[in-house]
Ligand binder design. Structure first.
Ligand code: ADP
Length: 448
């Protein structure tokens, strides 16, 4: 016999977990369906943090910021392709989302910066560790505390739709048995499609052969299922490549390393671009180098301020040496070139002016304290900005811009918020902000 719920949540990344918690707290009977054997989706790999402007934690640190500036910088970073209503809502609700998390003992009270932003507004855990693991473990604790049901190794194969409204889902479990779950609201929080090479290449043929930073489950199945019941899509060709991916492991080297003061250097031992530019631009400059790769270079001070750096060292792909000259030798690089590059950059830090490439942010301190570190990187497929069309209630829209009753979407599966280029720190903000909204609205519909 079919089981009955108020709200079915498809996907256990940040968007799905936030939605489930909120819907439960609104009094709905909810279930989370996850096709992989573990919870957390691609969110668990999120590195740098969660952007928000005018937050309590910024105030405590004396950081002056405005929602308006956050809006403008995100729009500019997205090449003015972002959906203005969604972006407005996003910027408006971001500080509340930071507080929503804090109230659940998920405090993001340390603050850093990412490419394309002019102000420290990327919120991260106090110990400066990667945000993804911290966020997922905190959300899972909240899910468990509420006894919210989670079905792992179970995928949603179809969203059921009858007489103009969603009626539930068909799920297939690990034994390949399928059954029906009834629900008036289905929240699709299945993430993006970066790990679906066929789909990526369909929209962007030139990305064939690129590695991806994403987990295996990022296949875009939610988009296909929603299209089947009439959902419209937007910006499907807007696929972000992240500039700094370690190629042997597909491991993402967090923007927080550059945000903490690291630079990018070519095989010739020279800087070649403003490291704090947006991801699309930095990626393009790396691909334009003869070797199509570059080195992230940092010193002991950067390492000491960033937990992620120790994680990379433990993974075994960081080269290090007591002096820049010795490091250069290890990189098959001209030692004089690297030493000169560091000296020149250090001068810019002191003068607070990058005369070569106009870097204005994260000129933290001179890179002059050994040991020195290097990681070889090149771009990789990282985020799919496009997806299904939603309105500011997270209702999924059809081609006539009409909501499909009972269909909700939040997180990377939805398109429009980031336009043509997502800013680092805006994906975590996206999933929490719109996850909460989806949970609230889906619960309200189900209880009507
Ligand atoms: P977001 O960042 O938007 O929350 P994530 O990638 O973190 O997205 O999480 C999406 C989750 O949805 C992943 O764990 C993925 O395995 C899961 N998922 C994707 N498609 C399905 C499906 N058809 N049925 C169940 N789970 C799915």
């Amino acid at each position: 016999a079919p089981q009955n719920y108020d709200v079915v949540i498809v996907g256990s990344g940040g968007a799905g977990l936030a939605a489930a918690i909120q819907a439960h707290d609104e009094g709905a009977h909810v279930v989370i369906i996850e096709k992989m054997p573990t919870i957390g989706g691609n969110t668990i790999k999120a590195s740098v943090g969660m952007n928000a402007a005018e937050t309590r934690f910024q105030k405590i640190k004396g950081i002056e910021d405005s929602k308006e500036l956050f809006y403008e910088e995100t729009l500019k970073g997205g090449k003015f392709k972002n959906n203005p209503e969604l972006l407005r809502e996003f910027v408006e609700l971001a500080p509340e989302a930071i507080e929503w998390l804090a109230a659940k003992e998920i405090e993001l009270n340390d603050i850093t910066i990412t490419g394309g932003m002019s102000i420290d507004r990327t919120h991260r855990p106090e110990d400066r560790s990667a945000v993804g693991g911290f966020l997922i473990s905190g959300l899972v604790k909240n899910v468990n505390k509420r006894d919210i049901e989670v079905l792992l190794e179970t995928s949603v194969a179809e969203i059921l739709y009858e007489n103009g409204a969603v009626t539930g889902v068909k799920v297939v479990d690990e034994y390949n048995d399928s059954r029906i779950l009834n629900a008036k609201s289905v929240i699709v929080a299945t993430g993006g499609f970066s790990a679906n090479r066929e789909m990526v290449v369909k929209y962007r043929p030139e990305l064939d052969g690129f590695v991806t930073t994403n987990h295996k489950g990022a296949t875009g199945s939610g988009i296909a299922m929603l299209q089947k019941i009439g959902a419209d899509t937007v910006d499907m060709g807007e696929i972000q490549i992240h500039p700094t991916v370690e190629q042997t492991t597909s491991y993402l080297i967090s923007e927080s390393i550059r945000g903490g003061g690291a630079i990018l250097v070519s095989q010739a031992g020279k800087r070649f671009y403003n490291e704090m530019e947006t991801r699309d631009k930095v990626s393009a400059e790396i691909i334009a180098l003869p070797e199509k790769s570059a080195w992230v270079i940092f010193d002991e001070q950067v390492r000491a301020n960033n937990k992620a750096a120790d994680e990379y060292i433990a993974k075994g792909f960081v080269l290090s040496a007591p002096t820049p000259e010795e490091l250069a030798v290890k990189l098959n690089m001209n030692p004089v070139a690297l030493t000169e590059t560091l000296e020149r950059y250090n001068l810019f830090v002191v003068e607070k002016k990058d005369e070569d490439f106009g870097r204005t942010t994260a000129l933290r301190h001179p890179l002059n304290k050994g040991p020195f570190f290097a990681i070889r990187i090149a771009p990789g497929v990282h985020h799919t900005m496009g997806g299904v069309v939603i309105n500011t209630d997270t209702a999924v829209l059809d081609a006539q811009k009409q909501p499909i009753t009972g269909a909700w979407a939040a997180g990377e599966v939805a398109g429009g918020i980031h336009g043509a280029n997502r800013i680092g720190g805006n994906a975590v903000a996206d999933i929490i902000i719109f996850g909460i909204l989806a949970g609230r609205n889906a619960a309200a519909l189900a209880k009507r």
